[in-house]
Design a protein around this ligand. Structure first.
Ligand SMILES: Nc1ncnc2c1ncn2[C@@H]1O[C@H](COP(=O)(O)OP(=O)(O)O)[C@@H](O)[C@H]1O
Ligand SMILES: [Mg+2]
Length: 156
């Protein structure tokens, strides 16, 4: 598949993109429960964990390029985007319970969907946020729809 290359916003010279997590709530509503930034490793153009990409908080990354209000407006836009994409995909995939959107922001602040993941990693939302309620909610929703959360290093 050929895609147009997007010029991602940068943090200290390294491109970053965003991961928006959207989950089905126990009450059956789609809710965007978290957003994180992923910064590419030095001299890399992709931000994935296995390519050396590092997770960052959304706000400080965005504040290098815009005001607080602008960053919060884009956050809201991304949360709505996650909900709309999930609702649309659910029409074809009725059992869908969670999605992870890989989103690029370019230097004109256009929002580009790079990829939609149907089994998104939840661990980046754990331990990372100072506010533990973020992961509490992620976990609560995941448990409610029956996703097994891998508890690390279980004894064999
Ligand atoms: N069109 C694009 N323009 C710029 N960067 C891209 C583009 N597509 C992918 N990337 C970068 O590569 C990463 C991995 O691509 P992605 O499509 O999410 O595949 P996967 O996560 O399955 O390896 C993205 O998170 C992003 O950093
Ligand atoms: Mg991806």
């Amino acid at each position: 598949m050929i895609q147009k290359g997007i010029h991602l916003l940068r943090h200290q010279g390294r491109p970053f993109d965003l991961r928006v997590l959207t989950q089905k709530s126990p009450a059956g509503q789609w809710v965007s429960t978290g957003i994180i930034g992923r910064v590419a490793a030095k001299n890399k153009i992709i931000t994935n964990h296995h390519s050396g990409g590092v997770v960052h908080h959304y706000k400080p990354l965005m504040l290098e390029h815009m005001t607080d209000t602008e960053a919060e407006n884009i956050r809201r836009e991304l949360y709505v985007l996650g909900v709309n994409v999930a609702a649309q995909l659910q029409k074809s995939y009725p059992h869908l319970k969670e999605i992870g959107l890989d989103v690029a922001i370019d230097n004109r602040w256009n929002i580009w969907i790079l990829e939609v993941n149907t089994k998104p990693a939840l661990f980046p939302f754990k331990k990372f946020f100072k506010d533990p309620s973020v992961y509490q909610k992620v976990k609560k929703y995941a448990n409610a729809y029956g996703r097994k959360l891998s508890s690390k290093k279980k004894a064999n």
